[in-house]
Ligand binder design. Sequence first.
Ligand SMILES: [Fe+2]
Ligand SMILES: [Fe+2]
Length: 285
Amino acid sequence: MDENNPMSDPDDWEADLERRYPPTGQAKKTAAEFRNYQDSVRASVKEFYRLNHQYQTFDFVRQKRKQFLSLNQRRMGIWEAMEFLDTLVDDSDPDTELSQIEHLLQAAEAIRADGHPRWFILVGLIHDLGKILCLFGEPQWAVVGDTFPVGCAYSSTIVYHDFFRMNPDWGHPVYSTRLGVYRSQIGLEHVMMSWGHDEYLYHVTKAYLPMEAQYMIRYHSFYPGHRENAYQHLFSERDKQLFDWVRRFNPYDLYSKSDARPDVESLKPFYQDLIAEFFPSQLAW
Ligand SMILES: [Fe+2]
Ligand SMILES: [Fe+2]
């Protein structure tokens, strides 16, 4: 097991989410279907969270924001980023596992099939592009996984909460308190989230997207917030309203994976038009 990257595939985290949050009404079927796979994956997911919870400190996030949010890694277009992300090595079963592009297209196609607006379809298409952080050499625990605020107490609703005892912020006089460095109802835009692909992609794309889309991208991995309703004391009224959209997006991320495999080449023209409608040909990453 790679010290920094315990999961064979960063998507194992999402497979584990599907176990934790099965689709409504399908809990039993899903549990049975996923059990065999999950037993082998669960140990690596647990190890993944051990690292994530130990190392995602307030100072670590500040350092990563400084490193990446100046967006000076490279310049590329959205489709190019999708192809770049697709080079992420996936050593799990190629017959059953979707490639990164296939997951993005599948989510987008499911949103399109439900008749949602074009910017919503676009969110499906791009929401995981921040995972290119893995290709910049970042360990899995700093790219994927549930996200949560840092600089204040870690909610007990966060999966494997006990692992936070190993985090230096656990006993910190300020960071360990309910409000931490924040004030009540301060608004999530002023709250530093654990570092990962959501926050990174939000900064790359925010200038080109409506606010609803920005929220979906920025908080799609914030399961403690959008599934467990934790951290309500940090939410502004606007956050509470816009989280309806984050929740609306979530099923397309988690449950579209069993749909038919998308035909990348035939879908490409539609999605290249959609990309061109919102984004310039090159973005700073
Ligand atoms: Fe994601
Ligand atoms: Fe996703």
